[in-house]
Design a protein around this ligand. Sequence first.
Ligand SMILES: *Cc1c(COP(=O)(O)O)cnc(C)c1O
Length: 458
Amino acid sequence: MGYYDNDTYTKVILPEGEMPTQWYNIVPDLPTPPPPPLHPGTREPIGPADLAPLFPMAIIEQEVSMERYLDIPGEVLDVYRLWRPSPLFRARRLEKQLDTPAKIFYKYEGVSPAGSHKPNTSVPQAYYNHKEGITKLTTETGAGQWGSSLAFATAQYGMECEVWQVAASYRQKPYRKAMMEIWGATVHSSPSEVTEYGRSLLAENPDHPGSLGIAISEAVMMAVQDPNTRYALGSVLNHVLMHQTIIGEEALRQLAMVGETPDILIGCTGGGSNFGGLAFPFLREKMAGRMNPTIRCVEPAACPTLTKGEYRYDFGDTAGLTPLVKMHTLGHTFIPDPIHAGGLRYHGMAPLVSHLYDQAMVEAVAIGQTECFDAAVQFARCEGIVPAPEPTHAIAAAVREALACKESGEEKVILTALCGHGHLDMAAYQAYFAGELVDYDLPDSEIAEAMKSVPVLD
Ligand SMILES: *Cc1c(COP(=O)(O)O)cnc(C)c1O
């Protein structure tokens, strides 16, 4: 195909002029609609007015949109072009080392300024807020990837940004904080002294490790107090997954350039956005009968939301301020063990990914972190790129699949997303080489305890 020699190419480049100019919204194509979000007080389906203190109107409209395609604004495309289209690689050296007949492709999102897929949504979110006259955004961040992505995006539009970073990661990852500050953001350790909720948690435990759910509560509380401030979420919601579909739309075109269709797609799932972004355009093709890939989510064994959680209405945050959404959840008070993949330590899942899993349209598997880092180091030695701790889960699952192909002799085409690089995660790799990585086993009793906090509806 084209100038790609099928025996030698390693990198598939989509010309800038062929970058997709629309996001894909999977909702109108689903066989059954996902259950609606409910108001936390009335427990009735929420309307746009309920979300207006949190998000700009353009985002609220996207959240409930039934349009199949949405045009990406020119001002957003201009920023995307700093790093997009992102490259698709074929992992030839890894294939050789695994001695597998499978072909392994990975879409690399670490080329963005923040080093992950998250600017694909932080940029449009900042843009729509800016356009509606909002001057400041608040948010939470776990590993620091989302906070730095939003700080980058707000800097592009001359806005302020205030970030609540989970305390454990605030202490462990000072470089992420510096990165946010370079782009002009203010960063707080969460729980913080800034909100009443944070102060109450610190009074109970001055060394509180924090959690994503707590940090979301603090960022939401601050946003609703100020008419010029809104809140931005880096994953989970429909509009976020839709913004990320640029990943899958590009990958579809790139695989077509080398004449391949995937037999299996694999993505790591924290809140589900890089997975949804890669998978949904391929799922559209699958629903239309044009290809038939298996689609697999990979989550940490320490935070097994899909594989061990329950599909229930639950809050997105710990204080119970957000709408109730139907999703796989470990309970909104659940605080996962401190695995290094901070971006995957979330108690819930994107309602769209949960709905697809419930409908058996996607599969899920949970993997412990030592197997993930084994695979990541093998990957880095073959392919050069050092993965962030989160996509090590996708790499470990891809390696499992490639080794299964070696057994069966199947020449499967495997596609995964390497959704970020690990340059600021050296502490995790240091722990790995020092033999200090622990595989946390999450006992069912602990899940049952956290599930007690989930509201009981009808
Ligand atoms: C935030 C993050 C994740 C987890 O979020 P998803 O919404 O599940 O994609 C995974 N990988 C990286 C590199 C991240 O920054």
